[in-house]
Ligand binder design. Structure first.
Ligand code: NAD
Length: 291
């Protein structure tokens, strides 16, 4: 028999076995419903899908664009998880409370809350209106406070569930490299993210005795609608890369993988930490050649 001869069974190949699509996430969040704010777009969308791939049922919060939120709910369901879509403005106390009540009644409880919703209203400091200032602070900072408070109330009420997670709850707060790096022309945004850092650390300190873990994620430049101007053209992308030692823009999935880890027991001894997911943006790249 020559090497090139067909050695297949003349009866034909066996029935091909269904190969499940590769899931890069360890499935460790089963029985741990998760709520993600601003989950209909960008980082929030990727986090919702990443937590679903990790086994969690998902509450998808949105404020605008119901079809986008519903599309994400279908994608969660396609992963074999349950999803519910809830509209709420995170800066509105009554709407946040109603959202948590609905989410908890739907899934019985919540184990993971990702306070992600955020926006920018950029202006030079001498041209910044009080409305621009208030809008950013009320969504980015007060919104995270309102959602964190409701999450903690539920985590404390329920406590640790043996066999589900070692923690009574995991709160993940979306910050930014601008909790650290000053940002001219974006003082309201940088102030909101600096505020999130100390909000996160203070409540992590307060809640550790309750076995509740609170951590932050500080993304660098991630390819989402919020910063399209920074990556959409070749010139803008080249300029952006001067700030990123790792020489690529971040993708929303980079943040989703960090969130899945912080939500899981793999990070059980981690609380009060900010995980920088920034390709080295906070490494002072201007000093790379000696300074
Ligand atoms: P995005 O604009 O795609 O997403 C922001 C989401 O927040 C949207 O779904 C928006 O509808 C929602 N939102 C805005 N106001 C809301 C409100 N009042 N109530 C409920 N939802 C509201 O941008 P993104 O890049 O995905 O941003 C997500 C988070 O990541 C933000 O907190 C942002 O500050 C942070 N972040 C992003 C980057 C980046 O490079 N993209 C970097 C650092 C931090």
């Amino acid at each position: 028999m020559n090497e090139n001869e067909d050695k297949r069974d003349p009866a034909g190949p066996a029935e091909p076995r269904a190969v499940p699509p590769h899931n890069p996430y360890p499935v460790v969040l089963e029985g741990q419903p998760a709520l993600v704010t601003g989950a209909n777009s960008g980082i929030g969308k990727a986090v919702a899908l990443g937590l679903a791939a990790s086994g969690a049922d998902i509450v998808i919060n949105y404020i605008a664009d119901l079809p986008a939120a519903e599309e994400i709910a279908h994608a969660v369901e396609a992963k074999g998880r349950r999803a519910v879509v809830i509209k709420a403005d995170v800066s509105n106390e009554a709407e946040v409370q109603a959202m948590f009540a609905q989410a908890i009644s739907h899934f019985s409880t919540l184990h993971v809350v990702v306070t992600n919703a955020g926006l920018q209203r950029d202006a030079a400091i001498d041209e910044m209106t009080l409305e621009q200032w208030n809008k950013v602070i009320s969504v980015n900072l007060t919104g995270q406070f309102l959602c964190a408070r409701e999450a903690v109330r539920e985590f404390k009420r329920r406590g640790v569930v043996q066999g589900v997670s070692r923690a009574a709850g995991k709160l993940i707060m979306m910050s930014s490299v601008h909790q650290e790096i000053p940002w001219a022309g974006h003082a309201n945004y940088a102030a909101s993210k600096g505020g999130i850092m100390q909000l996160m650390r203070s409540i992590a300190q307060e809640l550790a005795p309750y076995t509740i873990r609170v951590n932050g994620i500080a993304p660098g430049a991630i390819r989402t609608p919020i910063n399209r101007a920074a990556w959409a053209t070749a010139d803008a992308y080249r300029d952006l890369m001067t700030l990123v030692p790792y020489k690529r823009i971040g993708e929303p999935e980079d943040i989703a993988r960090a969130a899945a880890w912080l939500a899981s027991d793999f990070s059980d001894y981690v609380t009060g930490a900010t995980l920088f997911v920034d390709g080295g943006m906070t490494l002072y790249p201007g000093f790379a050649t000696g300074g």
